[in-house]
Structures are given as C-alpha cells and as structure tokens.
Ligand binder design. Structure first.
Ligand SMILES: *Cc1c(COP(=O)(O)O)cnc(C)c1O
Length: 694
C-alpha cells in the first residue's frame, strides 16, 4: 500500500497539521491510514514515558500513529540526539520505518523540518528519504518567498532521484501578521499568486498542487470543527494519494519489448535468456521492479567500487552536466580532463607521463596496441608488429582486443581469418598464494626469446586474469617479465581495466610486483561505475618515439581520436571517484572484504564438484569442476536475494567496497548454498528445496 514522506519547505510549514488533516480525510473515506514520525524532537516526559507532540496532534484529529526515535530538546535531530548521547543513522532509521510499511492503507512518514535538516554529521532528512525510496509530499508554507523555497525543494527531491506525489500549500499564520511591510491587500495578491505559480510549475514537472489551505481564523486544533473543515479541504488530496502508484510493478510490455528488440551481451536475439528489470540502486543493493532488492555481488562487472548512488559522484555528474556536458577534444580542452590527468599521474607508476583518454576498456586496449605498433614504425623497426598475450586472458571485445583474448575461451574460432594472429604463452601456473616457482616463467621466456625480432609488446592483466577464468598468479612472474622485456626490447602493456583502483588490495595490481609497464590501460572503476571512460597511460619513451617520427612513419602524431574522447561528464565523475576512493579507508575495506570472503567461502572447499576456492582483495572465486548453467544458478541466487552471475566454471563475487558485513554474509552464504545444492543435484542448484545450510 502506498507510503509517502511528508516534508516541508521549512520548519513550521504546517506538516503535522496537514498530516493530521489527511489522516482524518482518509478515515472519513474509509481508507486505513497511519502516520509515523521517524525522528521526533521536543518530546515531553509523561507518566507513560515520552510523549511525541506530533503524535498528540494527529490523535486530536482522530488519527493514529507513532514516533520512532524520540528526543527531548526541541531542535534539529542531530543536535537533539547528540544532547542525549545518541547518533542517528539514516539506514537504521529507514530500516525501522520499513518495518512499519507493510500495513494495509496509506502510511505517512513525517520528516523533521525541511530536506537538508541534519540527521547526523554526514546525513540529512533527504538521505533518510533516499534510503526509504518512497514518494515525497511537499508541504509549502504559503508566504512571501515560498515559490523559491518550493522549487528549490522540488529540485533537491528530483536530483535525489525521488518522485514527488504532490504539493500542499498551507498558510499557517494570520494575514498581514509576519510578512513585514506588506499590506493586507498586497499580501492576498501574493498568496493567491503563489498558488497559481506553483500549480503551473507543478504541471510542468508532473507534480500536482493537491490543496491550497488558507489560514483558518478562530479555529483551534482542539475542536472537531477545525479538523472537519481541514479534512474537507484535503479530501481531493487524500483521494489522489490513495490512488497514487509510484511502484509500477513488473511491466510485461517493457520486458516483451526488451525480449523482441534489445540485444543483451552474449545472447541470442531470437531466444534470449530472461532478464530482470532494475528500477534503482543504492549502496550495494539493486532494486528490481517487483519490489525485491538484491545485494550486488558483481559491482556491475568490476565498476561500482563505491556502490550505487554515491552522493559525491552524483553531485559531480549533475554539476558538470549543467556546466559543460561534452565538447570535442580536438583543439579544445577543459578542466575535468586536466584535473583527471593530474590525479591519475599522482597515483600511476611515476614513469607513465602521457595520458590518452578513450571511451571504453576495449578502445583503450586498441589504442594501446596502436601505440605499440606506431612506436615500432616510428623507430624504423618494421618487423616488430606482433603481440604476445597469455592464455586465459581477456582484453575486450573489439577485433584488436579480441585477438589478445584466450584463443580457446575467446572468440578466435568464430572470427578466424579476421583476427590478427598473436602469439600465446600458457597461463602463468604459479598461484598467487604459493611460493614462486621460477620455472613457471620458462614458457614465456622461451617464446619471447624465440620471437623477439617480430614482437612489439606483451600484453597482460597483472596478477588477476579476470573474465578469462578469474585466475590469480604470482607477482614475481611480472618481475621476470619486466626484466626480460627490457632485455629483448619488447614493450610491456598492463591491462589494469579490471584490477585498477583497489580491487586486488593494491591501487593497481602492478604494485604487487613493484613494476611499471610501458603502457597501462585503466577503465571500469575509473568512474566508480557511473559511466564509461578509459585511459591509456604511456611512458615518456613511448610518447617521445611516436612523436618524433617523420612524415613517412606517422608524422609524429598518435593516430587515434574517439568522438567522445575525454568526455567532461565522465572526467568529472572520475575525478570525484578518485577523490572518494583516496579519502576512504579503501585498503582497510578491501582487506576486511578479503577476510570475510575467505571465511565465508571456506565451506565450499569440501563440497564435491568444487575444484578450487581462491580469494584476493575484494574478489572471491569458487571454481567448479564443470561449467555452470548460468540461468539456473542466476535464478537460485536471485531467490537468495543476491546478484551473482557466474560464467564458465567460475562462480565469483566482487562486491562494492561499501558492502556491509550483512551484505557480504548474504553473498557468501548464497554461494555456499548454491554449490552445496548443485553438488546434490547433478551440478545445478535446485530452487524449490528448503534452504541448504552450509
Ligand atoms: C572489461 C575488460 C576490458 C574491456 O573493457 P570494456 O569497457 O568492456 O570494453 C578489457 N580488459 C579487461 C581486463 C577487462 O576486464
């Protein structure tokens, strides 16, 4: 049943009175309704404990309700709680509110003061509203200046991603009483115009002005007549609210259109796998159209390290969108690109000095490959044009990047004759968590020595091979590789698109080995998952050689330039994401996640059907002996309230760094249950069963 958050343009806008009037209007219409005051200050001591003034007011109107967090001093929640040695937390208050939402009829939650009234040092009423994800009802104090207050409040609500069910205009003081300098006539004109203007602006935004309540002369809330008169005026508003349905529920048309016309990754257009509609996301949770929420174990494929809806990132995007959303990068530049470049140079290996911004990971890999080829052309080394990659690698889906992916699990057979023939070394066999075996580098050494004359660069995912099998190898391998590349004049390209920005427990996985590549690609978590952006960083030597070429060898320019190169929105968000990361205790968070994943996934080790369990940083992998049936495993995970999408023989989680202990437990418990159920049911977890316990 519908729930609304009653908020005001101001303190004393009339929220409690309007809430009380609405309760009475609902009661008269036979709609069950109640009000909840999540945080009430100014409570008084009575024989039965604390009494909440707003609850008392609702009762005088014949309504019912309760206050949840109650404090004595009549002031802002953060102060009142602080004075009693308490600290409010939006998600805790929201949880308490949510437990009251499953009742029949309408539930009205009444805020304290306006939107930006502080709840604690970090959060405001607006954060509580965002946690609750219910539509707002804005009570506008009808006075001089109220259009400004109302529109600012609507902007803030809309920018917070909240819907607004409507506005109620409310006059709480007698005419010509407080608005100094206005005559009664002028004031009547102003108050009337406020209603007209707000109704018009509301129409533009799809937010109705539900009622215009005048000051009620000679009336007292102690009398039924007052409440009856108010309920009369609020009756249309109550009707509109009772009929309001913000949650669409599952939209069959939407899913049907998707099925018929939208191609999802690695799927058939004719017989696609089922998809689920996401309507929002916050922190480590995804919200589905059917009202359920899932703990995100994938970080949307390595990206959303700060979780979803991070305030700093959202604000950066909004501010930049209003300033300059895009401009070509040819011949023009802008602050977000320069700022991002500055930030990246501070955290990348010191030898990388030149940055090329591209628009996705695959394009970054293409650009890095082109750099490596141009580098040789410029130096007159015409024969060195081939690349060496590792088996088990994944570097992207464009043709060049694809040519570097594992030739078996990649798409080489399908695209044979089209892909460039690269050279492949067996996957580094020495595990991350075992002592280094120098002989594990021998195959790479053999191949590189044999082909040194024709190889321009080796491309590797440092330490963690991602989508090619979720394999963690020993950092010493990279040190050997760096040494040999130097000896043989081969460039080392590090693809840190998945590993960059803390995922492995180091800011970049190259740091595990203490090496610097000649070219490095970053992407994915670069923007904290808000939007697509990638960067290729090159050493001074690479940049110098390419730039020094004569007309016959490239003319000294790097031949690449995507339309959306260095998009200001993406750069601004990436700056905010780096700031957010570096200001956070990310290393401690990742270490903590590693401990939680190790403990949580350990029971899988003994389950038949499991080949290996490994954890590094905020990545946990359970490798099965047989490939998984993605759809069946996915259904099982969704039934357990988590979003985990396995592939091949890897059932893996890489949660946002902000995931709580409870959320991490939900992820590992679901994985344990799934592998246990699969082991008992021929390799596929079975849904209908009662919960398996680990
Ligand atoms: C995802 C990924 C890419 C490709 O990035 P896109 O943005 O999907 O094009 C390249 N390399 C690695 C290691 C990746 O994980």
């Amino acid at each position: 049943m519908p729930a609304f958050f009653v908020t005001g343009t101001d303190t004393d806008a009339g929220k409690s009175t309007i809430t009380a009037g609405l309760l009475r209007a609902f009661a008269r219409a036979g709609v069950p309704a109640r009000a909840i005051k999540p945080v009430q200050t100014g409570c008084t001591e009575t024989a039965d404990g604390l009494e909440a003034p707003d609850v008392a007011l609702w009762r005088s109107a014949g309504g019912q309700g309760e206050a949840l967090f109650m404090y004595r001093v009549p002031c802002s929640p953060h102060l009142a709680a602080g004075m009693e040695g308490a600290e409010l937390d939006a998600s805790v208050v929201a949880e308490e509110c949510r437990s009251r939402m499953n009742q029949p009829g309408v539930t009205l939650f009444e805020g304290a003061g306006g939107l930006y009234v502080p709840l604690n040092e970090r959060e405001s009423m607006l954060d509580l509203m965002r946690s609750l994800r219910i539509p707002g009802l804005l009570v506008v104090a009808n006075r001089l200046g109220c259009i400004n207050h109302a529109l600012l409040s609507l902007d803030a609500l809309e920018m917070a991603g909240l819907s607004v069910a409507g506005m109620v205009l409310c006059r709480t003081v007698p005419s010509a009483h407080t608005d100094a300098g206005t005559t009664a006539e002028a004031e009547a004109l102003i108050l009337g115009d406020n209603a007209v203007r707000l109704a018009e602006e509301g129409k533009r935004r799809g937010i109705p002005l539900l009622a215009d309540i005048p000051y009620m002369e000679n009336a007292s809330p102690a009398h039924d007549a007052f409440w009856d008169a108010l309920a009369d005026m609020l009756e249309p508003a109550a009707r509109a609210l009772a009929a309001f349905s913000p949650a669409r529920g599952i939209d069959a048309d939407l899913l049907a259109f998707d099925r018929e016309h939208l191609w999802h990754p690695y799927t058939s257009a004719m017989r696609p796998l089922p998809v689920r509609e996401v309507t929002g996301a916050s922190g480590a949770r995804l919200f589905l159209a059917d009202g359920t929420s899932l703990v995100d174990g994938m970080s949307s494929w390595w990206c959303t390290v700060h979780g979803y809806g991070n305030g700093r990132l959202v604000r950066a995007l909004q501010k930049q969108a209003a300033r300059l959303s895009h401009v070509m990068f040819g011949g023009l530049t802008h602050e977000p690109a320069v700022e991002l470049g500055r930030r990246l140079l501070k955290v990348l290996p010191a030898s990388l000095e030149h940055i090329f911004f591209a628009d996705s990971g695959s394009v970054a890999v293409e650009a890095a490959m082109k750099m490596a080829v141009q580098f040789r052309r410029s130096a007159g080394q015409e024969k060195k044009t081939r690349f060496v990659a590792l088996r088990g690698a994944y570097h992207g889906d464009t043709l060049g990047a694809m040519s570097l992916c594992d030739p078996v699990t990649g798409m080489h057979t399908l695209f044979s004759g089209v892909l460039a023939g690269q050279l492949f070394v067996e996957r580094p066999t020495c595990r991350f968590d075992e002592p280094y075996r120098p002989e594990s580098f021998a195959p790479a050494e053999r191949l590189l020595r044999e082909h040194a004359q024709e190889v321009t660069a080796v491309v590797v995912e440092p330490v963690v091979q991602g989508a090619g099998g979720m394999w963690f190898y020993h950092p010493e391998y990279l040190r050997d590789l760096r040494r040999l590349c130097d000896e043989l004049d081969i460039l080392l390209i590090a693809d840190e698109i998945a590993t960059g920005f803390g995922r492995t427990g180091r800011l970049f996985a190259c740091e595990w080995a203490g090496i610097a590549p000649d070219i490095m690609c970053v992407g994915k978590a670069l923007t904290g998952g808000m939007m697509t952006l990638s960067a290729v960083a090159a050493s001074r030597r690479v940049a110098e050689v390419i730039s020094g070429a004569d007309a016959a060898h490239g003319g000294g320019v790097f031949m690449h330039g995507p339309t959306f190169m260095a998009n200001p929105l993406a750069c601004a968000v990436a700056c905010a994401s780096l700031d957010e990361l570096l200001a956070s205790p990310w290393q401690a968070c990742v270490e903590h996640i590693q401990e939680k994943l190790e403990a949580g996934l350990a029971p899988c080790r003994n389950v038949p059907g499991v080949a290996d369990v490994r954890v590094l940083g905020a990545i946990g992998v359970v490798e099965t002996k047989e490939p998984v049936n993605v759809e069946a495993w996915q259904d099982f995970f969704v039934s357990r309230g988590v979003w985990i999408r396995p592939f091949g023989r890897a059932v893996y989680v890489m949660p946002p760094f902000v995931a709580s202990d409870g959320e991490l437990d939900a992820l590992t418990r679901a994985v344990c249950e799934a592998v246990l159920s699969a082991s008992r049911n021929g390799g596929t977890p079975v849904l209908e069963q009662r919960r398996e316990s680990c």
